[in-house]
Write a protein that binds this ligand. Sequence first.
Ligand SMILES: Cc1ncc(COP(=O)(O)O)c(C=O)c1O
Length: 394
Amino acid sequence: MELSPNVQRIKYAIRDIVITAKEVEKQGKKLYYFNIGDPNKFDFDTPDFLKEALIEAITHDKANYYSDSAGDSQLRQEIINRQKRLWGTDLDLNQVLVTTGVSEAISFIGSALAPGTEILVPSPLYPSYLSYFTFNDITPIQYRTIENENWQPDVEDIRRKITPKTQAIVIINPNNPTGAVYSPNTVKKITDIAGEYNLLIISDEIYDLLTFDKGSFKSTTSLTDVPVLELNGISKTLISPGWRLGWAILRDNTGKYDAFWEALAKQSRIRLCASSPIQVAVSKILNKESDYLTPVIKKLRERSAYFSKRINEMDDLSVIPPKGAFYAFPLIKKDIGDREFVIDLLKSTGVLFVFGSGFGELGNGHFRSVLLPDIETMEKALDLVENYMKTLNY
Ligand SMILES: Cc1ncc(COP(=O)(O)O)c(C=O)c1O
């Protein structure tokens, strides 16, 4: 069977590294998993009210049918209500498309655009964008985010990298892998550039409620009138990554993106629908008053502070303390490749991070850690890292 050469371009460091980790584990080493952004693998759980809503959806509501391809209309209405409640943005039903996670929305975007299109993406970035885009012959052009400015985007670099082929600018805020929360002022500058050059803003806000400083984050749709395609979902803020539910919102008053939007909708029709029971369950609780995130954020804030303190006490590592999401992206201040570093550290200590170059060009020389393990586990793992770092003193 002859395979598509495009498959060769699929890379996903976050899971690819697990293959090496499993080999190390087989040799009897205890592993410390700091690689995957899944809170449910640690001491976080899906809220009970969401679990109960799912039971009700499949029993009382019998929502075991195929839903509309664009999504259950009640859920779409609740997504609109959420957007209004949190960020004051007005939307209507046909501006919402429900997907099987944000991942599916990224895949739809990649397949909708003409080969050769250029899309500006932050660097470092969540790697799905690189893989889905290159898989579809779209060129992701990486713009700089500045480490010593709390990983804020370099607005002038965005401007410099626009060409006649550029169609969109991706913003990931709060950011994976850096844990940065972009200042509203910076986001506004980026959207102004999009307005100037007629580009679509694609704003991934999957961590929108997971910020450590109250009020630091603003949804892009609340900051500008330029066309914005927002991507969001329940994996992180409703602590249910395995449920696979997300959505895309197109806020466009110009009509310029109608055909593009239809290209996404068409793809949603060939895959029939996102999971109906999950949609019905989420529609029941999406705007429910609840403070379930308060203890989650408290833990993340404490773990972020502990992790950052420990890393910054080590001679050859440093980290910008994260402000949101649940990742940190330390710098390796040694003349060693990040991939080699992560694999050698794994083999020596059992501590599993993801090599930074898996997150784009500016990830080189870094590694990504999740902030999800409890402090006790972090302490053990970081003691091992500290001792390992001493062995690198050549
Ligand atoms: C920035 C970002 N976007 C999208 C996703 C994938 O989201 P989903 O689980 O909704 O497919 C992730 C997962 O880690 C992410 O970090």
